[in-house]
Design a protein around this ligand. Structure first.
Ligand code: ZN
Ligand code: ZN
Length: 417
């Protein structure tokens, strides 16, 4: 089946029995019990139990807490559906009746919703397996937020131990009036790298700076000069963000410390720009330290983070067409590449096409009450991912299941024949 209308019709048909209340029970339970990266034991056990009951062959403990469910149903393509499971160290402030019961931990990025969608989609597709042929692989990924969960699953052999995908799908809940499904062909999320810098000066008495090499002043010059990387070294048509998010030095006002430490985050959307920015950072740090006469060269440690997420344009066009057909022509649009980052793409073996889209979730009442006239103004004024007030609308439970089901059906074989 390749026609979007046919896939949409079949999706509507096989998801017609879904009840918001049932999905809500599962979702609210996950929301009450958030778990941090690589500690998603309860979440993983819930997902695994539901997959097993639906007929999947389930492997737990992939990269510690990851879950992989495989459902083979005849010859045909192998489709992977991925959801991430981890919560964040955020203290929830939503006041919801099903708010987090774990102090200081919250599903502030909506990964509880991702797992609810994934579970419901896996169950629907298993119950309707006679409408498709091929192999469905359901991946519950740990530690998306900070732990490198996708890379850990790859290191634990996910590409060798399970059927190799012909396509990989994922989706993320996003702020914005509930009921839209933004799709971006090609580049959709940026690469993210962290850099630690240590400036070595020469400490001494605050009254005798001439006997020291002051690392505070040197590091301050580094921070200022780094502002020229994006403005002076990245072309107008290209994008990068360089943030110095951490600056630590000294213990008290009359002591010139021996060192200063900086923490940088770099977001880029092109591998050449990424390399150029990383090279410029190193050059500027070394140059400023040499100019200050630091006794020891600085340490610059690059922690390569998540790569950019680049949707396969033809696969994205195909899935976007199915989502338009299923959820309404006006609900799918392209809002271009974002500066956020994801490790989703690492789960696709080299050369395997993938598609990653968004499901907007801001309740209509919250959206209407947000200050602003223009869409972008409102967008910036509603609680977004990682906010202690992030509270997706339950109305997205069924549509977010349908987006996954229809993506899988449009790539699996044998439907409607
Ligand atoms: Zn997040
Ligand atoms: Zn997230």
């Amino acid at each position: 089946m390749t026609e979007p209308a046919d896939v949409a019709r079949l999706t509507r048909d096989i998801t017609s029995g879904l009840k918001t209340g049932d999905l809500e029970d599962f979702y609210q339970d996950l929301h009450r019990h958030p778990e941090l990266a690589f500690r998603e034991h309860r979440t993983a056990a819930k997902l695994a139990a539901r997959l097993r009951a639906a007929g999947y062959e389930v492997t737990e403990g992939v990269a510690r807490t990851g879950v992989v469910g495989v459902l083979a149903h005849g010859d045909g393509p192998v489709v992977w559906l991925r959801g991430d499971m981890d919560a964040l160290p955020v203290r929830e402030a939503t006041g919801l009746p099903y708010a987090s019961t774990v102090d200081g931990v919250m599903h502030a990025c909506g990964h509880d919703l991702h797992i609810t969608w994934l579970t419901a989609a896996a169950e629907v597709l298993a119950a309707a397996r006679d409408t498709w042929s091929g192999t469905l692989v359901v991946v519950g990924q740990p530690a998306e937020e900070a732990g490198g969960g996708a890379a850990a699953m790859v290191a634990d052999g996910i590409h060798e131990r399970f059927p190799r995908p012909d396509a990989l799908f994922g989706q993320h809940v996003a702020p914005g009036l509930a009921g839209f499904y933004p799709h971006t062909p090609g580049l959709t999320l940026s690469a993210s790298d962290d850099i630690d810098v240590v400036v070595h000066g020469l400490g001494g008495h605050g009254s005798r700076p001439e006997s020291t090499v002051d690392p505070v002043v040197t590091a301050a010059h580094v921070v200022t000069r780094l502002q020229t990387v994006v403005s002076r070294e990245v072309a107008a048509g290209e994008s990068a963000v360089l943030t110095v998010g951490r600056f630590h030095a000294g213990t008290q006002s009359n002591v010139i410390p021996a060192e200063a430490r900086l923490g940088l985050n770099v977001r880029t959307q092109d591998v050449r720009v990424r390399e150029r920015v990383l090279t410029a950072v190193r050059r500027i740090v070394e140059g400023e330290c040499a100019a200050a006469g630091c006794p020891v060269p600085p340490e610059v440690t690059v922690h390569r983070g998540y790569p950019s997420t680049v949707n396969d344009p033809s696969l994205d066009a195909r899935i976007a067409a199915v989502h338009r057909e299923l959820l309404g022509e006006h609900t799918v649009f392209d809002f271009g590449p974002a500066m956020g980052s994801e490790d989703f793409s690492l789960l696709a073996p080299e050369g395997v096409p993938y598609d990653y889209w968004y499901v907007t979730s801001t309740p209509a009442a919250v959206w209407d009450a947000a200050p602003g006239e223009e869409l972008m103004e409102k967008f910036l004024n509603v609680p977004g991912n990682h906010s202690p007030l992030f509270a997706p609308d339950p109305s997205v439970l069924i549509p977010g299941t349908r987006t996954l089901v229809s993506a899988a059906l449009s790539r699996l074989g044998g439907t409607g024949t």
